[in-house]
Design a protein around this ligand. Sequence first.
Ligand SMILES: NC(=O)c1ccc[n+]([C@@H]2O[C@H](COP(=O)([O-])OP(=O)(O)OC[C@H]3O[C@@H](n4cnc5c(N)ncnc54)[C@H](OP(=O)(O)O)[C@@H]3O)[C@@H](O)[C@H]2O)c1
Length: 242
Amino acid sequence: MKVAIITGASSGIGWEAALEIDRRFRSLDELWIVGRNEEKLRVLSKHLHHANRIIIMDVTDPADMDAFEDVLTKLRPNIRMLFQSAGEGLHGRFDSMKRQDGAEMVKLNCEALTNIASVCLPYMRAGSHIINLASSVAFMPIPSFGVYCASKAYVLSFSKSLGMELRKRKIHVTAVCPGPVDTPFFDKSERFFGPVWPIKKFIMNNPKSVAFKAICDAGVGMRVSFDTPPIALACLLGKIFL
Ligand SMILES: NC(=O)c1ccc[n+]([C@@H]2O[C@H](COP(=O)([O-])OP(=O)(O)OC[C@H]3O[C@@H](n4cnc5c(N)ncnc54)[C@H](OP(=O)(O)O)[C@@H]3O)[C@@H](O)[C@H]2O)c1
């Protein structure tokens, strides 16, 4: 059974990735859409043409991760694509954050992403793709966004290393590094710690374009995907100067 697994499918970039994968890859047998919000996943499920499986899961919960691993062991799918979009970015000064806020971001953005890759890899073969959502901030440390920037630098570095390691198995890994994207991501960010840098509002891309570009770039074997040329340039400058 050929499947694509999309985490963070209940919203934003993950939601659009599920729709794009559904449109583009006719040979898949099933899409597995992962998230905590069952209601939203049910709505997405109705929009998909492929058979699909809703996996209600908190990716940071070890019990849920064990249950997910059990499903994989039982069904032994041929995972053609793993699109990891589950993530969050809380905004605010580190010295005014609660201890759990930073730790939870690291747990979700780094640990859970690593765990999902680990449990899925045994079911991936030559020609399969892993697409991990990093961010342009992986290249640029930003005050009041420090833990998030660092967590995405982890995703970028991990994805590049993993891609090198898996080259012989012909499994491709792409780190996606978009600039600001218009999704509910910022609602949560702002709800916790106040307004995000206002200029971001004017330069936001839409999640559909980001998902489309990421899947195209993965298809041609890009190790890193930028959503637009200005964001690619900003990342290059960030890498050189920051
Ligand atoms: N928006 C941006 O500007 C931007 C820019 C660069 C990179 N990114 C990255 O892109 C990815 C997607 O973000 P987005 O903008 O699409 O945000 P979003 O609309 O808020 O989506 C986040 C997704 O993560 C899922 N999620 C969060 N915590 C989870 C948990 N504990 N277990 C399972 N799923 C969980 C949410 O699903 P449930 O609530 O159903 O669990 C939701 O589907 C993130 O990794 C983010 O860091 C975003």
